[in-house]
Design a protein around this ligand. Structure first.
Ligand code: NAD
Length: 306
């Protein structure tokens, strides 16, 4: 029986722990904030219900997550430790050192970092060949794709073990062959967000309409035909003609849109503060999460039907 430890129970932790537990792993989890542990504990039944509705292979109970009082207790005897703490290099390196000191020689140490090079994390442990990126997508219990990222020192056996684990969970591993910042998913997503914010800031389109355009135009299409196959569908000659005049027009700004800093300055951080680019009514957060989860389940089922 594979023992997995999830370190950090914020936005991502509970969903990941539930997926691993449903996949038949023995799962322990911990967080330095007691409130995060209680929130994760409370989220597990609803997440388990969504996994039931998705019908993913059930080799274990998604709610069977043991909450440990310390990192050392969580990782003792683990085969896999998944670091899931905030996206700060120094913090992650400190947690990696702590994990390294507490696990056995065969333990695989993975990070859910959104884009910090794995090479920088494996640099601080005694067995860098056992370190690998395991980048989930939010919400982790609903999005089936997981990036597997090899740092410069990651062993092929470690990478292959991770790919096999993800396949065994009924999910879709994607191997990122070079440890570039942001890996692949976030590089593509951040290119889209940069252009989207630029178009809104330039007054080309209203935010609501931008979302309709992308979700019902590109997004809906990309869920069925990925960008590489879309090039074939459009015709490479057409792409060449359009890209030759359009590429020079696209945003290449290296800083972050001023619209973001302006909102942050006013305490508008997004859903977590009740307002961001849009306003959210009190209590709307809960219903929005549930409604989005229902749609994710329905679309994923539709896309995987024969
Ligand atoms: P978060 O800030 O919501 O949660 C992080 C949790 O880690 C907090 O509960 C915090 O108390 C805990 N923590 C901090 N220091 C700790 C320590 N030393 N030991 C144990 N727990 C500790 O962050 P998140 O959004 O869940 O992101 C976690 C990681 O996953 C980040 O690297 C992030 O980039 C990545 N990620 C996030 C998303 C997303 O959409 N939020 C998507 C994919 C990957």
């Amino acid at each position: 029986m594979t023992i997995a430890a999830v370190i950090g129970l914020g936005t991502m932790g509970a969903g990941i722990a539930a997926v691993l537990a449903r996949g038949g792993l023995t799962v322990r989890a911990c967080d330095t904030a007691p409130a995060a542990v209680e929130r994760a504990r409370g989220e597990l039944p609803a997440i388990a219900g969504l996994l039931d509705r998705l019908g993913t292979p059930a080799r274990g109970d998604a709610t069977a997550v043991a909450f440990a009082g310390s990192l050392e207790e969580a990782v003792a005897g683990a085969d896999l430790v998944l670091e899931n703490v905030p996206e700060k290099l120094e913090l992650k390196q400190q947690v990696f050192r702590q994990i390294d000191a507490a696990v056995g020689t065969d333990c695989i140490i993975a990070s859910d970092t959104s884009g910090i090079p794995i090479t920088k994390l494996q640099a601080v442990v005694s067995r860098p060949e056992r370190v690998v990126g395991m980048h989930w997508s939010n919400p982790p219990h609903l999005i089936p794709m997981i990036e597997v990222v090899a740092g410069r020192q990651t062993g092929t056996a470690t990478r292959d073990w991770m790919v096999a684990l993800i396949r065994g969970l009924g999910l879709l591993p994607v191997v990122v062959k070079k440890d570039v910042p942001g890996f692949v998913e976030n590089r593509v997503l951040y290119a889209i967000m940069r252009e989207a914010l630029d178009l809104v800031e330039e007054g080309v389109i209203e935010p609501e309409d931008l979302d309709t355009c992308v979700s019902w135009g590109i997004g809906y299409k990309l869920a069925i035909v990925g960008p590489m196959k879309l090039l074939d569908m459009a015709g490479l000659d057409i792409y060449q003609s359009v890209a030759s005049y359009l590429n020079p027009e696209l945003s290449r700004r290296a800083d972050v849109s001023g619209a973001i800093a302006e909102r942050i300055g006013r305490g508008r951080l997004g859903l977590k503060s009740g307002a961001g680019l849009f306003d959210y009514a009190p209590g709307e957060l809960q219903s929005l999460r549930a409604e989005r989860a229902n749609r994710f389940v329905a679309v994923r089922k539709a896309l995987t039907e024969d």
